[in-house]
Design a protein around this ligand. Structure first.
Ligand code: NDP
Length: 449
């Protein structure tokens, strides 16, 4: 087992996020490999950790000053054993091959958990849409798609949004794909409603995460009503997480962005959330502006010299990390435990470091790994693909109902797999095992390809 990790590290020494994601999965699936010697014989770990295809390309574009800029584009087509590659595009200066490989790897198991037929992929660019004009974003997206279009399609690979890629970017990407292929197909998800999008897709990741948290609480005869919650991020996932927590009777105290976080002791209600949505989605402003409007709140700038994030150091019952990877370290996890948090549901992908996860598991709190709790987004993307194929649109109640059923099913699948392999209540092991078994069995059925 250690040999696989060594092999991967020797081959790609710089890919630390990818190593982190692989290590977590192979530790969880060890009992599965012990019970099924065939998997080792078929070198399944060696195969599943190597992307089927990695695409890397130049993205030249012109800024508003007439200056040529060059970014790097990526698409990782990780695994297509159970369906076309599916996974988001991330536009953020921190994007590297390692980050996208970890995301594509996680995505493979997440998609397997959704009960829908989707393989795993991820892509993006080190392009930063922040501070760029709409025409600049459009020119970048067009250049990006003028290369990517060769590798994707409704039955091959269906990208979606992620950090830095929202409805605006999906629109520009779709427009270029349509022009190049002369084809109007469901090649991207997260499309606007007027031209092929699904109702509830924007809400899906946040809503799904809260549905999952509610399912976890129900196993302890508890609910979100009256629960004090900490949420990080203020983008798509964070916004709808807050919305659903409010609806289910919880109280949210925090939101953040890459500059700092706000703490509102009185709670972020629907009116305040609407303000944040306008601030972030329309004006593309900073979360700091919240305190100009709501003086009862306090803003704290990110201090990189600190070895912990003060956002996670407030008295609360539940935490919903919804910004980015590794945003909760061991010290943050210890602070959360000290401050009374007994549920962590990950809206972001891999927001907790392995040391933080170990603290959650040791304390036996309700801990949901992102690949289970944030799977609602890709699940509704799958439903968007289904609606596109049928050329019809389901009403929002129907999509929301299906999302609830899927989140309930993922929750049960995790618990069942964890119990079957002797780690009852461990959602991390359950998610990894259930996703892994489904993908691996499909790979074996399809032979050595
Ligand atoms: P958005 O771009 O809409 O929002 C991201 C938020 O996180 C912003 O508030 C952003 O701040 C903040 N953020 C980003 N990078 C950092 C950083 N390095 N440090 C601190 N804050 C940061 O993205 P999403 O809400 O879509 O995605 C959030 C997370 O959820 C990601 O991990 C993503 O992979 C995951 N996810 C998203 C899904 C989706 O459907 N959108 C599905 C499943 C998982 P700022 O405003 O300053 O940029």
């Amino acid at each position: 087992m250690t040999d696989i990790l060594k092999l991967i590290k020797d081959r790609d020494p710089g890919e630390k996020e990818f190593h982190q994601a692989v290590k977590e999965v192979i530790e969880s699936v060890k009992p599965v490999l012990d019970r099924n010697p065939q998997y080792r014989k078929d070198a399944i770990l060696e195969r599943i950790t190597e992307p089927e295809r990695t695409i890397l390309f130049r993205v030249p574009w012109m800024d508003d000053q007439g200056q040529v800029q060059v970014n790097r584009g990526y698409r990782i087509q990780m695994n297509s054993a159970i369906g076309p590659y599916k996974g988001g595009l991330r536009f953020h200066p921190s994007v590297t091959l390692s980050i996208l490989k970890f995301l594509a790897f996680e995505q493979t198991f997440k998609n397997a958990l959704t009960t829908l037929s989707m393989g795993g992929g991820k892509g993006g660019s080190d392009f930063d849409p922040k501070g760029k004009s709409d025409p600049e974003v459009m020119r970048f997206c067009q250049s990006f798609m003028s290369e990517l279009f060769r590798f994707i399609g409704p039955n091959t690979d269906v990208p979606a949004g992620d950090i830095g890629v929202g409805a605006r970017e999906i629109g520009y990407l779709f427009g270029m794909y349509k022009k190049l292929r002369n084809e109007f197909t469901g090649v991207l998800t997260g499309k606007s409603l007027g031209w092929g999008g699904s109702l509830i897709r924007p809400e899906a990741t946040g809503y799904g995460c809260v549905y999952f948290a509610a399912e976890m609480l129900a196993t302890r005869n508890n609910s979100l009503k009256g629960k004090i919650c900490l949420v990080s991020g203020s983008g798509n996932v964070a916004q709808y997480t807050v919305g659903k927590i409010i609806e289910l009777g919880g109280k949210v105290l925090t939101l953040s962005d890459s500059s700092g976080y706000i703490y509102d002791e009185e709670g972020i209600d629907s009116a305040k959330l609407n303000f944040v949505m306008r601030l972030k989605n329309t004006r593309r402003g900073r979360i700091k502006e919240y305190i100009e409007k709501y003086s009862e709140a306090v803003y704290t700038e990110i201090d990189t010299s600190k070895d912990y994030n003060p956002l996670w150091d407030h008295k609360a019952d539940c935490a919903f990390p919804s910004a980015t990877q590794n945003e909760i370290n061991a010290k943050d996890a210890a602070n959360l435990m000290k401050k009374g948090v007994s549920l962590v549901a990950e809206g972001a992908n891999m927001p907790s470091t392995p040391e933080a996860v170990n603290i959650f598991l040791d304390k036996k709190i309700l801990y949901a790994p992102g690949k289970a709790s944030n799977a609602g987004g890709v699940a509704v993307s799958g439903l968007e693909m289904a609606q596109n194929s049928m050329r019809l649109n389901w009403p929002s109640e129907e999509v929301d109902q299906r999302l609830k059923i899927i989140m309930k099913s993922i929750h049960k699948t995790c618990l069942d797999a964890a119990a079957e392999y002797g780690v009852p209540g461990n959602y991390l092991a359950g998610a990894n095992i259930a996703g892994f078994v489904k993908v691996v069995n499909a790979m074996i059925d399809q032979g050595l390809v």
